[in-house]
Each structure stands twice: as structure tokens, then as C-alpha cells.
Design a protein around this ligand. Structure first.
Ligand SMILES: C[S@@+](CC[C@H](N)C(=O)[O-])C[C@H]1O[C@@H](n2cnc3c(N)ncnc32)[C@H](O)[C@@H]1O
Length: 279
């Protein structure tokens, strides 16, 4: 999920490979969250819920949460890359082209019971990520929820040497890009939601086990494939950007990383920040 390069990151990837990786990651995150992808305390048994997923890619998150919703409901998936959208939108779903850095159509203001965005804030380049979040907040109905999910890039004692090297590489790339660690550390997104005067603001951490740390063989394989693909991509981008610290370590990282999660296991930590707009 680490996307340190900004918007170019996805644009430079081969689309089928990227969608395949996103689908695998979605399955792995879904398993880690016991299929409870919405942590905001929204009453999913209510009909007529209206939910937006910003930076939706192929809408996999919407597809998976829809199984918990009561008809009728309305889902909107928005992304800048319309080529990621499925050729036919799933039932009750509209897919729209929208750059989350530019103002959203005013017709969408205060229309959603839940606004969700995951693994995309690194793409805010033309305006600060905090402003993107504030624009998303404007789309929430009074009394509705916003839920943001981003990868935690801080190291912990649970990380093996290759995982630590990977995190450090991503941080070096963010520093080179001028942003450094911002929303990728616990506490930042919740602070933004508090500044936006939301209520019931809180943060939860989700640990997503990788490789040997997974209890299911199927998820162990999927998480290994998806995370190694991601490490490969980040290493390629680091080489292109001339970030290789210490020199030469990028070349060996994907293989070291694969070995580590296959033999020792690993995890991705997700920061989930949420808040409710006042009635
Ligand atoms: C790493 S993918 C995450 C996709 C999905 N949210 C998930 O968690 O699986 C990042 C997504 O953000 C989209 N994106 C990048 N820049 C964007 C922008 N400025 N506005 C809207 N979407 C953007 C990309 O096209 C891509 O689908």
C-alpha cells in the first residue's frame, strides 16, 4: 500500500498488474479485519445508506462492503484513473471520475452517510493532504462519518530487518519528494479531523499479517505475492529517483523481503482515523 511517489506511482504501473495487486491486498486486508471493513460505527442495517469511496480504483472495497448493506443503498466510487473501473458498474453503484485534489461537485456536498478513502493521500500533490481531507469532510451528511485508512510507516520491534529497510526506503523517498512522514504516522489524521471540528474522532490501528504470520495458507500466499510486488515497485521507483540508501541495498531488498516474510512473517500496520460530522 505504500505509494511514495505521488500520482505518477499508479500511472506508471502496468494496469492489469496493479489491479491484480490491489485485489490481492483487498482480500488480505479484508481477512485481517474479519470482513469488518467499516470501523466507523455506522448502522449498516439501515436502508438507503449512501457511501462514497474516494480513490476507489476498481471499486473492490465497495463491492466487499455491499454484502453487508440493506437494499436500497447507493454507492459511489471515484477515481482519477477511469481505466481502473470495471466495464460494468456493480448494482447500486456509480463510478465517477474525480481528482480528490480538486473541488468536488457541489451536488455531492453533505450527501454521504460515510465517506471512505484508503491508501491514496500520498497522491495529494497540488494541495496539502489535510486540505483533501477537509474537502472529503464537506461531502459527509450531518451526523455521518468519514473513515480514512493509510499505512503506518513507523518501525516497530515486530519488523524484521528487510521490513525495516523497506520502511526506511519509503521514508527516504518521501523525504526526497519534500513531504516526509505526515499522515503515515499515528496521530496526524485524527488531528486533522479534530481541526475540522468533527465529533467522536478516534484512531484505530489494524495489523495486517503477511506471509508466515497469516493463519490461513491462502492469505499467506496472497499477502506474500502482493507485498513483494509492492516492494519491487517501490525499489524500481527508488532506483529511478536515485534513492538507494545505503548504496546498493535496493537491488537485494525484494528477495530479502520475500525470504523474511516466508520464513519469519511480517505485517502491515494500517492507521484508521474516523470522525462524525455534527447534526
Ligand atoms: C494504491 S491505490 C488504492 C486503491 C484503493 N483505495 C485501495 O485501497 O485498494 C491508489 C488509488 O488512488 C488513485 N488516485 C491517485 N491520485 C488520485 C487523485 N488525485 N484523485 C483521485 N484518485 C487518485 C489511483 O488511481 C489509485 O486507484
Amino acid at each position: 500500500m505504500a505509494e511514495p511517489e505521488g500520482e505518477q506511482g499508479c500511472l506508471l504501473r502496468d494496469e492489469p498488474t496493479e489491479l491484480e495487486r490491489l485485489d490481492k491486498t483487498q482480500a488480505v486486508v479484508k481477512a485481517a479485519m474479519n470482513d469488518r471493513l467499516i470501523l466507523a460505527p455506522l448502522d449498516l442495517s439501515k436502508p438507503d445508506l449512501c457511501i462514497l469511496d474516494s480513490a476507489t480504483a476498481n471499486g473492490a472495497w465497495l463491492r466487499d462492503i455491499s454484502t453487508h448493506l440493506k437494499s436500497p443503498y447507493a454507492l459511489v466510487g471515484a477515481d482519477i484513473m477511469t481505466s481502473f473501473f470495471p466495464s460494468k458498474a456493480p448494482p447500486h453503484t456509480a463510478l465517477i471520475k474525480q481528482d480528490f485534489q480538486v473541488p468536488w461537485p457541489t451536488a455531492l456536498y453533505e450527501t454521504f452517510d460515510l465517506v471512505h478513502q484508503r491508501a491514496a493521500l500520498a497522491r495529494s500533490r497540488s494541495i496539502p493532504p489535510k486540505e483533501c481531507v477537509s474537502n472529503l469532510t464537506a461531502l459527509v451528511k450531518p451526523g455521518g462519518w468519514i473513515q480514512l485508512m493509510e499505512m503506518d510507516l513507523t518501525e516497530t520491534d515486530n519488523d524484521g530487518p528487510a521490513a525495516k529497510d523497506f520502511l526506511r526506503l519509503v521514508v527516504s523517498m518521501l523525504e526526497k519528494g519534500g513531504s516526509g512522514l505526515t499522515f503515515n504516522i499515528p496521530g496526524t489524521m485524527v488531528a486533522w479531523l479534530k481541526d475540522a471540528e468533527l465529533d467522536e474522532v478516534r484512531e484505530e490501528m489494524v495489523s495486517v499479517p503477511y506471509g508466515k504470520s497469516c493463519s490461513s495458507e491462502e492469505i499467506a500466499i496472497l499477502s506474500t505475492e502482493a507485498s513483494v510486488q509492492n516492494v519491487n515497485f517501490v525499489c524500481e521507483a527508488a532506483t529511478r529517483l536515485g534513492v538507494d540508501r545505503p548504496e546498493g541495498f535496493v537491488g537485494s531488498l525484494p528477495e530479502r523481503y520475500r525470504q523474511e516474510i516466508e520464513t519469519r512473517g511480517g505485517e502491515m500496520r494500517l492507521i484508521v482515523a474516523m470522525g462524525r460530522t455534527s447534526m
